[in-house]
Design a binder for this molecule. Structure first.
Ligand code: MG
Length: 316
């Protein structure tokens, strides 16, 4: 593998000195891959991501195995992994049964997965938006009572494959109701990757007007239409400092026949380091990890940075 040349960063005024990368590859990535990875490989993946410097790695999901067979081994993965000092290992929890299983496994941080649109709530959760919030309420209350951090994902914030554009007022409304349950962080998802920077500025501004400030926000962009980094930079300029990404761009896109779904962590790190923004991530170690996982999945990483650092022009 090519070692990245030592290019000098060029900072830009107004951007944060440090960004927290919230790694979603083992959960959001692997749940959307067709290949099923053995539990010991999943645990090793999380260990390698932590060793590459990632400090928040969403590890698995306690969604019923009927819905997400790829992550049916959640308890086994956590048992194989054990605690990793200094690394947050949140898991996705859909309901109280999932919370019970997560607590039994010693989890200290969870995430719930809501929808900004009625159609996706119905299709993904088999509930209305209001009914899904009712389902989350006791989960969040009990988790907070146990001292757990609770992140809320809000999907379809910018566009929905059935409803088209999603009104900003609708997103702000559901966001406020999720935070009112007691969730500690809200991740704004562009689940189908259609947003462009103006949409990001408008939504973050409208949330701020409603009293939902950027210190409680994360952004979760998909690169389906090649907009993830443009949208990320826009979010940083708006004051957001937590960005979700999946190592190697794992996950594909469940709503489009595209190999490109989640923003690749390597592509994000290249942008941030080029701007002189600290992440704590060792990029070559991360690229090696994604190439290792790509071998297990039997498909190359769609990440541009993984590809660029894999082909050494000096050797061709
Ligand atoms: Mg995603």
């Amino acid at each position: 593998m090519t070692v990245p040349p030592d290019y000098e960063p060029q900072p830009e005024a107004g951007l944060p000195p440090r960004v927290e990368i919230y790694e979603v590859g083992p959960r959001d990535g692997l749940q959307n891959e067709s290949a099923v990875v053995p539990a010991d490989v999943k645990a090793e993946f999380v260990r390698r991501l932590a060793a590459a410097g990632l400090r928040a790695v969403e590890t698995t999901s306690f969604v019923h195995p009927r819905w997400v067979p790829q992550l049916a081994d959640a308890a086994e993965v956590l048992a194989l992994l054990g605690p990793l000092p200094g690394v947050r290992l949140p898991v996705l929890v859909p309901n109280e049964r999932g919370l019970d299983r997560a607590l039994e496994a010693g989890v200290r941080e969870i995430a719930v997965f809501g929808s900004a649109t009625e159609t996706f709530a119905r299709r993904n959760l088999n509930r209305t938006v209001a009914e899904s919030l009712e389902m989350f309420a006791p989960v969040v209350a009990r988790a907070r009572g146990e001292g757990l951090g609770v992140r809320a994902y809000l999907s379809m914030c910018f566009g929905d494959p059935w409803e088209g554009s999603v009104p900003v007022t609708q997103v702000v409304d559901v966001a406020g109701r999720l935070l009112a349950l007691g969730t500690t962080e809200l991740s704004l998802g562009d689940t189908i990757g259609v947003a462009t920077p103006g949409h990001v500025t408008a939504l973050v501004g409208a949330l701020d007007d409603a009293g939902i400030t950027t210190d409680r926000l994360a952004v979760h962009f998909h690169d389906t239409y090649g907009q993830a980094l443009a949208n990320t930079l826009t979010a940083l300029r708006c004051g957001v400092t937590t960005v979700d990404a999946a190592a190697g761009g794992l996950g594909g896109c469940p709503f489009a026949r595209s190999a490109t779904g989640n923003l690749a962590t390597e592509d994000l790190v290249w942008l941030l380091h080029g701007l002189g923004i600290e992440t704590g991530v060792d990029l070559p170690a991360l690229v090696r990890t994604s190439r290792w996982m790509a071998e297990h999945l039997g498909r190359p990483s769609p990440s541009r940075v993984v590809q660029a650092l894999t082909h050494d022009p000096a050797e061709e």
